[in-house]
Design a protein. Structure first.
Length: 90
């Protein structure tokens, strides 16, 4: 399964938000250097969606704000978990 999102490094606070259009935005306090922001985005997603960090991998956008991440696991269960999160926070 893949997820597209927009990352905001060096944010004032760490938060995962979903817009009305369904776009995900991950704000992290880590700087965009040496992969720190990517690691913080993965940690944020893992915590919010109650998944292991090892399930995530940055497929595209490792050096940019627009990112595509792959999530390993059972696709139906992952989709249910993410849809439930969007309903609660969207």
């Amino acid at each position: 399964m893949t997820v597209e999102l927009r990352a905001q490094p060096r944010a004032r606070r760490t938060a995962l938000e979903c817009s009305a259009q369904g776009t995900l935005k991950a704000a992290v306090t880590a700087p965009a250097e040496d992969g720190k922001a990517n690691a913080a985005v993965i940690a944020l997603l893992a915590a919010e969606w109650r998944l292991p960090r090892s399930a995530f991998d940055v497929m595209r956008g490792a050096a940019g704000r627009g990112k595509v991440l792959s999530i390993s696991g059972e696709p139906a269960a992952l989709a249910d978990r993410i849809v439930e999160w969007v309903r609660e926070h969207g």
